[in-house]
Design a protein around this ligand. Structure first.
Ligand SMILES: Cc1ncc(COP(=O)(O)O)c(C=O)c1O
Length: 421
C-alpha cells in the first residue's frame, strides 16, 4: 500500500523505495551526515520566494524575510541573492545578517522588550528601528534625536493558527495601540523623529487572504494622518498547508487585494509608498524536513510507539501548538499502514511528533521524514536533556552541502566556566 500522505513538493519523491529530497536519497544523507538531520531544499525556498514576489503586482514592493523562522547563515545568503530584505529581532540576528552580506539599509529591527543597550547597538549599526512601545520610543528619542523611525501598530486585529501566535488585539504584548498613538506622535515631535514607516503583524499561519486584507484597512486609515511616510509594512503570517485538509493561501486573491488597496490609498495620499511583506514560514517551511531514525518500537494496550533519536528539543511545534506535520516513512514506500504515536528520546511524556497517525508501519532502523519543518524547527530548538542539536544540510538538484555542523556534547559543556566552590 502506498503512503497515506501525499508529497506536495515535486522535488520530493520515492526512488527504489527510498524518499529523495531535492534529488538526494535520505538514506545517503543520513549515512553521510548522521541522524537526526535537518534537510532544506533550495529549489523550494526559491520557488516560494518567486511565487510570492510575482503574486503582488503593486510597485514598489519589498519582500523582507523574517529570519527568526530559520536563521541558518546559508539560507540568509540564498535570500540575499534573491533580493530579499530582512526582518531582524535581536542584535544576534543583525550580526548574522551582516555575515550573510546584508547591509544596514536591508534591515528593519522589530524588537520586543528591548533594552537601552540593544537600542544603542542597533543605532550604531545604522539599522532602522520599528518601535514596539512608547517606553522604547521615549528612551530612544532622549539619546538619539533627529532620526528616521518606524512604528509597529496594534490596531486590535489579530489572527493565527494558535492563540500563542496571535500578535494583535488586547491580549497581545506587541505594538503601539491606537490609544497610544497621540503619545507616540508627541514623542516623535519632541525628539524630531521622522515617522517614515508604519508596520503591523497580526499573527502567524493565516490561510485566508481576506483576513490579511481586512486587517490592512485600519492600517491604511491610520496612515492618512502621517505625512512623512515612505513605506507600509503589513507583516508576515502567511500560512502553509501542513495537514492534508488545509487549503493553501490564495496568493492571487491576496496579491490582487493588496494591490487594489495600496493603489487606492496612494492615490488619495498623494504619493506612492513602498509596500512591504515580511513572511518567514511561507518561504522556508515547506522547504525543510527533519529526518529521524526509529530505534524502538513499543506497544501498550492503547498505542504503538515509534521511538526516534530526535525529540521536541529539535521540533517543538506539536507539543507547543498541537501542530500537524506530515510524517512519512522515508525508507519504506510500501507495506501495511498502522496508526502509530511517533515519539522522541526526551524524558517527557509530551515528547511526541504525533499522538497517532497512520503511516507505513515503521520498523526499527527506518528513517522518518517529518515534513514542512523548515520554519520554527531548528530556530526554536534547544539542548534539553543535554542532547545536542542536529546538523543542517542544504540539498539542490542531487547535491548536498553541510550548512551547520551537528552540535556536540563538548559544545554544551564548554559553556560552563571553571568555578572553584
Ligand atoms: C513582526 C513579525 N514579522 C514577521 C513574522 C514572521 O511570521 P511568519 O513566519 O508567520 O510569516 C513574525 C513572526 O513571529 C513577526 O513577529
Amino acid at each position: 500500500m502506498n503512503q497515506p500522505t501525499s508529497l506536495s513538493v515535486n522535488s520530493w519523491d520515492f526512488r527504489s523505495g527510498v524518499l529523495h529530497v531535492g534529488g538526494c536519497s535520505v538514506s545517503d544523507l543520513i549515512s553521510e551526515f548522521g541522524s537526526p538531520l535537518y534537510v532544506y531544499d533550495r529549489a523550494v525556498m526559491e520557488g516560494q520566494f518567486e511565487v510570492l514576489r510575482k503574486a503582488i503586482s503593486y510597485r514598489p514592493f519589498r519582500l523582507r524575510y523574517a529570519c527568526k523562522a530559520n536563521g541558518n547563515l546559508t539560507i540568509l545568503r540564498i535570500f540575499r541573492e534573491l533580493g530579499a530584505h530582512l526582518d531582524v529581532t535581536s542584535p544576534g540576528e543583525i550580526v548574522l545578517a551582516e555575515m550573510a552580506g546584508f547591509h544596514a539599509e536591508h534591515l528593519l529591527f522589530t524588537g520586543s522588550s528591548v533594552t537601552d543597550e540593544e537600542l544603542a547597538f542597533v543605532e550604531r549599526k545604522g539599522v532602522l528601528i520599528n518601535f514596539d512601545s512608547i517606553s522604547q520610543l521615549r528612551r530612544y528619542g532622549r539619546r538619539f534625536p533627529h532620526r528616521d523611525i518606524c512604528l509597529r501598530l496594534n490596531l486590535d486585529v489579530g489572527a493565527g493558527h494558535h492563540e500563542h501566535v496571535i500578535t494583535g488585539g488586547p491580549d497581545s504584548k506587541f505594538g503601539i495601540t491606537a490609544e497610544d498613538l497621540p503619545d507616540a506622535r508627541q514623542l516623535a515631535r519632541q525628539f524630531d523623529l521622522r515617522i517614515v514607516g508604519l508596520h503591523q503583524h497580526i499573527g502567524s499561519g493565516i490561510l485566508d487572504a481576506q483576513i490579511f486584507l481586512r486587517a490592512v484597512e485600519p492600517l491604511l486609515e491610520v496612515a492618512r494622518d502621517f505625512e512623512d511616510l515612505l513605506f507600509l509594512n503589513v507583516g508576515g503570517g502567511l500560512g502553509i498547508p501542513y495537514a492534508p485538509e488545509d487549503r493553501p493561501l490564495d496568493l492571487a486573491e491576496l496579491g490582487e487585494g493588496m494591490t487594489r488597496l495600496c493603489e487606492s490609498f496612494c492615490r488619495s495620499y498623494g504619493r506612492r509608498l513602498r509596500l512591504e511583506l515580511e513572511p518567514g514560514r511561507f518561504l522556508v517551511g515547506p522547504a525543510g524536513c527533519l529526518l529521524t531514525r526509529v530505534n524502538t518500537v513499543k506497544r501498550t494496550s492503547k498505542h504503538v510507539f515509534a521511538g526516534t533519536d530526535s525529540g521536541f528539543n529539535h521540533l517543538i511545534r506539536h507539543p507547543l501548538y498541537r501542530s500537524y506535520h506530515r510524517i512519512i516513512n522515508a525508507t519504506r514506500e510500501d507495506g501495511p499502514v498502522r496508526r502509530v504515536a511517533v515519539c522522541g528520546n526526551l524524558c517527557e511524556s509530551g515528547d511526541l511528533f504525533t499522538h497517532g497517525r497512520e503511516i507505513i508501519e515503521p520498523r526499527e532502523g527506518d528513517i522518518l521524514a517529518i515534513c514542512d519543518a523548515g520554519a520554527y524547527g531548528y530556530s526554536m530548538s534547544f539542548p534539553y536533556n543535554m542532547r545536542p542539536r542536529p546538523a543542517e544540510v542544504l540539498v539542490d538538484e542531487g547535491r548536498a552541502w553541510l550548512i551547520r555542523r551537528r552540535e556536540r556534547i563538548e559544545d554544551l559543556v564548554a559553556l560552563f566556566p571553571p568555578v572553584a566552590i
